[in-house]
Design a protein around this ligand. Structure first.
Ligand code: CA
Length: 425
């Protein structure tokens, strides 16, 4: 087990409400001056170049010592070391920046190669995503969508409380925060016309989700048990699964979402380790009826993570449109991974598994415009006097998340994307 005995004070100045205290130490990839791609972490408002730390000998006696693992295209090799080894590196980073530790602080001549300001770097995709699965694990979200798309009386399908429903998504269109997305075109089918039309979606939506990243490979035929699943989960990031609802409604029967989702999903740049989230474990909802033995679990496998979504129209202020919490999820990550592999499906390090839209029980806690504005019936009022039923061109949608308890705050930063007009054929 990785130790979490971090000092809380650093010799770097960390604002009190920072998402990135010394206890966090998330991992990301950045382009630094000179166009160098480097693995980085963030402490307060500082970006730390892990390769420079390593080449200067600060990771002696660890598995990464003097290797090129922090100057690759992505974090895949690092994450694939496994949680025990990456946890040692994370602890060492925290130690180097702890108050009272001078071995790095005293080397003032090298600090400018190690410590950067966020504005001096460009964050890029932290991993090359292998396979990508999108689950559908919020009961509130599945119920709301079932009511709107199918049958209000039987909103949840009979399988929903017996297995974590999911589908295999598109990895190639998962992009880093800040990447704008053009409004997708496709087949649109409306009730007032028996035939589908073709054009830009009129129902551009976001989905507020978290995703986890795996850190090992399994062989075809092997399964991961619920008890062992978290050993295979390196960490989590914010995930916005952008969705075109009119395309989705027409295409999703019988095999599930296809082009309504694959035009772009956006992730936050920082992978927050599961180790950093340990203090925020909590109980999930009671699962009734009882699940099959391979999905039974012990202990607290949900996490108390506050989440919000905001819409920022062009040249305007932000409006918070949703406040929700990851703890509401009916199916937890360990169950999701156990279910993914129960048939012997092999997984690889740096696969990505999204939670599904995280809706809470109240109307203000729904994680998509489809639910917030209830299929267009209840427009959402924005601070600038406008209203929205779906996203409009040039709107920016931002999702933020953090966990907080006993003066400890572990944040994810944010994931942001702007909706651009459709590209004409
Ligand atoms: Ca989704």
């Amino acid at each position: 087990m990785t130790q979490n005995n971090f000092h809380t004070a650093s010799w770097l100045n960390i604002p009190e409400d920072s998402d990135f205290p010394l206890y966090n130490i998330p991992f990301g990839m950045a382009i630094l001056k000179g166009n160098k791609k480097r693995a980085v972490t963030r402490i307060g408002n500082y970006i730390i170049n892990l390769n420079s730390l390593n080449q200067s000998g600060f990771f002696k006696n660890t598995f990464v010592d003097k290797t090129d693992i922090f100057k690759q295209e992505n974090l895949n090799s690092f994450i694939s070391l496994g949680k025990e080894k990456t946890g040692i590196v994370r602890n060492r980073i925290a130690e180097l920046f702890s108050e009272g530790t001078t071995e790095l602080k005293s080397q003032t001549h090298i600090l400018e190669e190690i410590i950067f300001q966020p504005n001096d770097v460009k964050m890029i995709m932290p991993v090359k995503v292998g396979d990508y699965t999108d689950f559908y694990s919020s009961m509130e979200h599945a119920t709301n969508v079932g009511k709107m798309f199918r049958d209000p009386e039987n909103a949840l399908l009979p399988n929903w409380k017996h297995l974590p429903v999911g589908y295999h998504g598109r990895a190639s269109s998962i992009v880093i925060s800040g990447t704008p997305l053009h409004r997708p075109k496709g087949q649109l089918k409306y009730n007032d016309n028996p035939n589908p039309l073709f054009g830009p979606t009129k129902e551009m939506d976001f989905e507020l989700e978290l995703a986890f990243i795996t850190c090992n490979n399994t062989k075809l035929g092997e399964s991961i048990s619920v008890d062992k699943a978290e050993d295979s989960i390196f960490g989590m990031l914010l995930f916005n699964d952008m969705s075109a609802r009119d395309i989705q409604r027409w295409e999703y029967v019988p095999l599930g979402p296809f082009l309504s989702k694959s035009f772009g999903s956006v992730v936050s740049p920082w992978i927050v380790t599961l180790d950093a989230l340990e203090p925020f474990r909590t109980k999930g909802p009671v699962q009734e009826p009882e699940v099959l033995p391979y999905l039974k679990f012990e202990g607290n496998k949900n996490f108390d993570i506050s989440l919000e979504a905001v819409i920022k129209p062009a040249n305007s202020n932000e409006t918070v449109v949703c406040k929700t919490n990851f703890k509401h999820m009916y199916w937890n990550m360990a169950q999701q991974l156990a279910h993914q592999t129960i048939n012997g499906c092999n997984i690889n390090s740096c696969d990505m598994y999204a939670s599904g839209t995280i809706s809470g029980p109240d109307a203000g806690s729904y994680g998509s415009m489809l639910e917030l504005a209830w299929k267009g019936q209840n427009p959402i009022q924005l601070n600038n006097g406008e209203s929205r039923v779906f996203l409009e061109d040039n709107d920016t949608i931002i999702i933020r998340g953090f966990a907080a308890k006993d003066n400890l705050r572990i944040g994810f930063g944010e994931v942001s994307t702007q909706v651009l007009p459709s590209i004409p054929l």
